[in-house]
Design a protein. Structure first.
Length: 322
């Protein structure tokens, strides 16, 4: 992709975002602060719609690549956008998510594996997408984390192994940069919404799937390690407190730092990005395809993360001790 073409896409996506703001303002697609919010002002919701737009734009502009993935992206973005406007029945949303993931698997040729492998894969991917959505709770975290991951994938595609369409990758990166312009700030102009966090998660899962299948190296899944640690440990501590893990909450570690410890939200995001960047560098340049080294990294990261939560949040808070 030439520099001029990239600038053209930047302008198109920037204008598309501004047009969406007008539409959202007209139809009252906004996020009202509540007891679970980390913000205090009414803010436009769904600014992350630009991620899905970018993915579909790449399909139409660059040779109609990845038809099944693109259909899946459209469906999951559409149902998420409708859910942003009016809360939908969980069963309806789950069915569409499942269908979208099956289309993604078809694109990756996973659909032709044994049925039980596909079934487990669907559950894991839907869980990953929802975890990515749950982690979207403060300014900059979805855009920042996604940009870091996409930049890492771009480096791998350009300098290690060609595994995906560079046009798709760059178009999505440009959309994330546009979103970050409006969201990666103290007072955000917009939030990603379900349409944003779910769409970018769907795109990232697809790109990671391409990389893992091309290299036969599952170690690359650790590019999501920090999000995974926060999500899994939060579920564990909620279960220990006998809470309903399907009920909305704000008990992730990043939320504790921002809401209870009153850290600036962008400072929390930078902390997460620095830690994940170190992990990514270790994977790309040190661990590579070593399963033993990857397992060691996972164990050490888990121990350190849990120890940090225990120290910062305290046992009484985490286990609801009287």
């Amino acid at each position: 992709m030439s520099v001029l073409y990239a600038l053209f896409l930047l302008v198109i996506l920037f204008v598309a975002e501004l047009v969406y703001f007008k539409i959202a303002d007209h139809y009252n697609i906004i996020d009202q602060p509540n007891h679970r919010s980390s913000h205090t002002a009414v803010t436009i919701r769904g600014g992350g719609i630009i991620f899905g737009v970018a993915g579909l734009l790449a399909f139409f502009l660059f040779g109609f690549q990845y038809l099944f993935f693109s259909i899946g992206l459209f469906l999951i973005a559409l149902i998420s956008f409708l859910d942003d406007m009016h809360t939908l029945n969980n069963k309806v949303r789950l069915v569409v998510h499942g269908l979208s993931v099956l289309l993604l698997f078809t694109q990756l040729d996973v659909i032709y594996f044994p049925w039980y492998f596909t079934a487990i894969g669907v559950i894991v991917v839907i869980g990953t997408i929802n975890a990515y959505n749950f982690m979207d709770g403060i300014n900059g975290i979805t855009g920042g984390y996604s940009l870091l991951l996409l930049a890492t994938l771009y480096y791998i595609d350009q300098y290690i192994i060609d595994f995906t369409s560079v046009e798709l990758l760059l178009t999505v990166i440009i959309s994330v940069l546009v979103f970050n312009f409006f969201n990666f700030r103290k007072k955000a102009k917009c939030f990603a919404g379900d349409v944003g966090s779910v769409s970018i998660a769907f795109i990232i899962v697809f790109l990671l799937g391409q990389l893992i299948f091309k290299t036969q190296n599952p170690v690359y899944i650790l590019f999501l390690l920090l999000y995974g640690l926060d999500t899994v440990t939060t579920i564990f501590f909620r279960l220990m407190r006998k809470e309903n893990i399907f009920k909305a909450h704000r008990t992730h570690f990043y939320q504790f730092l921002a809401n209870e410890r009153k850290w600036p939200q962008l400072a929390v995001v930078v902390l997460y990005l620095v830690v994940q960047l170190i992990i990514n560098l270790l994977i790309v340049f040190v661990i590579q395809s070593s399963w033993l080294s990857a397992l060691l990294l996972l164990i050490v990261s888990l121990v350190v993360f849990v120890a940090m939560r225990l120290k910062v949040e305290g046992k009484k808070h985490l286990f609801n001790l009287i």
